[in-house]
Every structure is written in C-alpha cells, then in structure tokens.
Design a protein around this ligand. Sequence first.
Ligand SMILES: [Fe+2]
Ligand SMILES: [Fe+2]
Length: 474
Amino acid sequence: MESNYQDRIPNNVGLGANRTLQRALEHWQPEFLNWWHGLGPSDFNASSVYLRTAISVDTKGWATFDYVKMPDYRWGIFLAQEENDRRVGFGDHFGQPVWQQVPGEHRSTLRRLIVTQGDTEPASVEQQRLLGHTAPSLYDLRNLFQVNVEEGRHLWAMVYLLHAYFGRDGREEAEELLERHSGDADKPRILSTFNEPISDWLSFYMFTYFTDRDGKFQLKSLAESSFDPLSRTCKFMLTEEAHHMFVGDTGIGRVIKRTIEVMKELGTDDPNALRKAGVIDLPTTQKYLNFWFSSSLDLFGGDSSSNAAAYFANGLKGRPDEIKYEDHIESESSFTLELPDGKGGVREERIPMRNAVNEVVREAYVRDCEKGLARWNRHLEEAGYPQRMTLPSTRFRRTVGSWANIATNPEGKPIGLEEFNARQDEWLPTSDDRAYVHSVMHGVFERGKMASWIAPPERGINTQPIDFEYVRFH
Ligand SMILES: [Fe+2]
Ligand SMILES: [Fe+2]
C-alpha cells in the first residue's frame, strides 16, 4: 500500500478510498488536538522542535527530521508491510491463515486488548506534561517531545484499529480514550502505573527505561497476533518505541556518570556531600529504579492467568519472538512457579504453560532490563568503584500476582510487614529523596549546557552536534 502524506491524516492504509472511515477519523482528529492542547506538553506548543516524523514505513522514509511545532506534527496511520501468506504462529489455530477481519467470537477480547494498549499511550503524555519546564538541556527537551508526539501517534494507531474494525463500539472506545486522564479521581487511566505522576527527570528516565520497555514487550506480544492489522500496527510502533527506551537507558547512564565524576572530585560517596554538590547520589537512583521496575512488572498481569491462557490458545496475544520457542502449541507443557507458601517461605507449583504466558514474558522482560544495568555498572567499574546498580527481585513490592502485598526485601526473601515498614526507606524513594530530586530540577535552555546532575550525551540526534539548537523558542 502507498503512503499518502498529502491527506489530512497521513497514512499507508488507503484511507482516501474509504470515505466513511476517513470521515470518522477526521471527526476524531479535532478532539485529539483539543486533548493535545489541554493535556499535552504545557507551554511549548509555539516552539519549533527538531523532530522526526514517520512519513512512510520503509527504512529511509519513516524518520525524517525537521523543525516542527508540536501541534502541527503530522500524526499518521502507518502499518508495517503486509507479510505474504502470513500464518497463525501459536495456539490452537497454529498454521492457519491469519485474519484480516475480527472473528466475531474474539471481538470483545480484541477490542479490550487494543483499548488497554491505546489507553497507555496518551496517559504517558499526560503524566509528562509539565516536565519540559525542568529539562536538563535542549537535547533532553527535544527527546521528551519526540517521545510525547510518538505516544500521540501510537494513540492514533490504536484508534485507527478501533474505527476501522469495531464499528460503533470502536468509535465510542476511541472517544473514551480522550476522556480518561492520568491520575483523574473519577476517570483514571486503566493501568495504575500510568496514573503515577512523572514530575522529575529521574522518574522520566526510569519510566522510559522500565515502563516503555513493558510497552515494547506488550507490542511484541501483540505483533504476534493472528489479527493481522493489529500485528502490523504494533510492528511499526516498535520501531518508534526503541528511541524511547534509548532515552531512558542513556538518561540513567548519564545521571550515574555525572555522580561518579563528582564522587571522584570530592573523594567521597557520602550522599549528603554529593547532594550539596548538586548531583543525585547512587542510593537514591537505586531507590527510584526499585520503584519503577517493580511498578512496571505489575503491568504484565498475574503470574498464573486464565486470560493469558485464552489469549494464547486463541492466537490473540502471544509471546514476543514466538519463532524462538520450540513448542508453539503448548497444550501439554507446564511451567514451575515460585509462590509464597503463606508461612514466610516459598513453595513451587506446576501450572499449564499457557497459564504462565505472562510470567514467561515477564522473565524475558527482566533479562532485557539487565542489559542496561550492565552498561551503567560499567561506568562504575571503569571508575574503580565497587558499588553496582541491581534489579530487585520480581517478588519485591508487587501489587499484582501471587506476590501481591507479600512483604519481601529487594532480594525477594519474604519478611514480616513490620520489618518491611521499618526498612522501606532504604529501598524506596522517601519524601525527602523526592524533595531533593525535585530541588535540582531546573530548566537549562542554553545550547550545549547541561544541568548539574547529568553528564552530556555521547552524541547528538541524527548526527547533529550536542550543542545543536534542538528546540527554538518563539
Ligand atoms: Fe507507545
Ligand atoms: Fe513509548
């Protein structure tokens, strides 16, 4: 399918040939813009931002860079190229042709999956809407806005599916995606992590590293779907998602690098001394990491889940990189879960593999998270410091699954609630930690300058220098 960049809504789905659908989406477009003006990035809508825009899905065209005012961003609908003779890759329908339309019996489940994914996209824009004011550099400010406009495009991607394949209910769901708001007491976003405010940049980097990575795994699971339009939509979204995680990965790395520099200068790792010098001490960064990692783990759902089993059996939502697994049916296989035994210990239980899909995906996610830690720890190693960043156990501070509300230490050892309460200030950000982190967040808007608490990036965006004018204010 040709890309049409001239239409009011750029697309490669032949929108011009489907007048009804085009009109429905053109009707939704002003509501989206309204939402963007009300709940998107505050105060920067008149600035020109050096952004990449997807104009087609081939390798050359999908990322063109130019100065754009965010409200003029060309939010488009792009699906990855159709695969010839694509077949169902897992579950009971393995090997059958994939579906170009929604099968009636899976309609409400698929709609729910799309709405849940769609809801996270604008939620993160809302969570981050005030961050621009405290950006540590123009480079970072530009990256924030890049993430924001692309999350906006991801919302478009899901709304397209709702409009194109789910009729009237789909259109209603699309409206509701703009009516729920992050942190809203009456109409919150669906998943709790997306109701946590992101009011400082350390949280933003943690979010883009850990929570956007959950997004990556969800999209990869949906990219395996037998509902082909969903699969193709998610495949293309993944190409954009990579940059979001890059922002988190390099952001946390730069925070740690800067702290190490000051540790060297002062010859101490004393948090008070480091805070006086305006950097974020390593224990504080670790606590933020503990918070966002554990919160993101919950997004994968229960470790034993009949919903996950049904999604897998029916070919709706699979495992990332399904091709790498030996058994694509998993009707006979099992998985061993480690569960709390209710007496302060751990017991094992074998469950059907299909019921363990969430856990299997969560494990793959954890392995992916570890790569960043290895990179950050290399900075410490090279500087000759013994400290290391660590991922807490997947049992720690969970609110979903078998370990929900079971007190453990970060190593995953069950402990009494009293001990947890007494020690949680060592493990999770305290109000003092948050107040300190907030206190160093000041907007730095001079070309090439960085805030005191973060090192410059290794290179700029799209081969531009680090001191490039990534955002022009007007
Ligand atoms: Fe997204
Ligand atoms: Fe993202």
